[in-house]
Ligand binder design. Sequence first.
Ligand SMILES: C[C@](O)(C(=O)O)[C@H](CC(=O)O)C(=O)O
Ligand SMILES: [Mg+2]
Length: 309
Amino acid sequence: MLYSNKTPAQKRLDLRAMLQRGGAAQFPGTFTPLGTKLIQEQGFAGVYISGAVLANELGLPDVGLTTLTEVAQRGMQIARSTDLPCVIDADTGFGEPMNLARTIQEFEDAGLAGAHIEDQFNPKRCGHLDGKNMVDLDTAIKRIAAAADARRDPNFLIMARTDLRGVDTLGATIERIKALVEAGADAIFPEALKDLSEFKAVCDAVDVPVLANMTEFGKSELYTREQLASAGVAMVIYPVTLMRSAMGAMERTLATIKADGTQEGAVPDMLTRARLYELVDYEGYNRFDNGIFNFRVPTTDIDTNNANL
Ligand SMILES: C[C@](O)(C(=O)O)[C@H](CC(=O)O)C(=O)O
Ligand SMILES: [Mg+2]
């Protein structure tokens, strides 16, 4: 009911503990607070908040156009809707290292459990595309050091993402990763590695948790949780998966309405009214006023028509 039952501090502790345990804890990404209800119900470890999705949801490409205010606000709305720890995409940090310090404090205030900061410069692009522009090591280190220094809760997770593998060797990528850990990164996100053996090499090279990005239509094969866990990966994200699924469903439904003149054919694939009300816990609000949920909720499309709700 209402929002989360856990404090941000507790969620950060939960995140730390699960990363310590390893085993490729799964974090599906959601583009809407309502999605966290499904993620939590199915027993996932946490929620990922993708920069690409937040930009795309606004109809924008993922090239660094969203603002800190927009991202922190959406992050807060998503984080407060769940007891799970939420990790957010800080892109390149929304400015210079000084701005990054503010970014981290905004994210702490938004109730997030951690954030990743990448070493591209703007205009940035999806890590699985070619032609990325990287900042030098010194700048990458300054970003991570500023982020680590700015947090007020020592358990807020600072994750360094490096996109270097897209433009350099695995050896050079591992060298940079070690320097980022030295600069204060609590965890590492090695973007766009070529295969599972590369994940294993990164995991073997550092003592901090390593994230795997299982984004579709990218450069990495879609490995199973077991495969990633066996390579030593502590956390896995499915950043755009739910948005791609939802947009796919929306496109099909629109085509049905257009073709048939009614959405009737698409109704069996829809979340029912009853299920939707269950997710937002209508019933729980009767604690305040028992007149809130005292009506019958139709569960079939026939009921829906009859109830005229
Ligand atoms: C993880 C990522 O940074 C994101 O914003 O979700 C993207 C995902 C994507 O574009 O598929 C990325 O750069 O990999
Ligand atoms: Mg991103």
